[in-house]
Design a protein around this ligand. Structure first.
Ligand SMILES: [Cu+2]
Length: 138
């Protein structure tokens, strides 16, 4: 991936081989929506995640499969700042965050504050993976 597009707000707090590493999130701040999503058997669970406009949110993706998956959002982060932590590998395109590649046994956390209500579909865009789920911001 182009190095110039790997932006500074990537914070690496986990390393591959440490196993699922979501301990930091277990102490969720009371004023944030903590939204865990488990990836297993080429499925996102739950397939609908509810967040709230203007309220801090932390999406936590845990990949329990033995293959790579991605979190490829559409529109959700347009023009918004966010922080990515864990051992996922973010990729950026002209429209902002393109995808986060999540390794086997990996955890990727994305913290942001949703600014606009709506329904935002996200997928795993690995070839052949028909994985899709919804983030709803009310
Ligand atoms: Cu996948």
């Amino acid at each position: 991936m182009p190095v110039a597009l790997r932006l500074i707000f990537l914070i690496m707090v986990g390393l591959p081989g440490e196993g699922p590493a979501a301990q930091a999130s277990d102490v969720g701040a009371p004023d944030e929506d903590r939204a865990p999503v488990v990836i297993q058997g080429r499925q996102f669970t739950p397939d609908r995640t509810l967040l709230h406009q203007g309220r801090k949110a932390r999406l936590v993706f845990t990949n329990l499969d033995s293959e790579l998956h991605t979190f490829a959002p559409s529109g959700l982060f347009a023009g918004e700042s966010f922080i990515i932590a864990g051992n996922g590998a973010p990729e950026f395109g002209p429209g902002g965050l393109k995808r986060v590649i999540i390794p086997p046994d990996g955890v990727a956390e994305i913290s942001f504050t949703p600014a606009t209500r709506g329904e935002y579909r996200y997928i795993c865009d690995m070839p052949g993976h028909q994985m899709s789920a919804l983030i709803i911001v009310e």
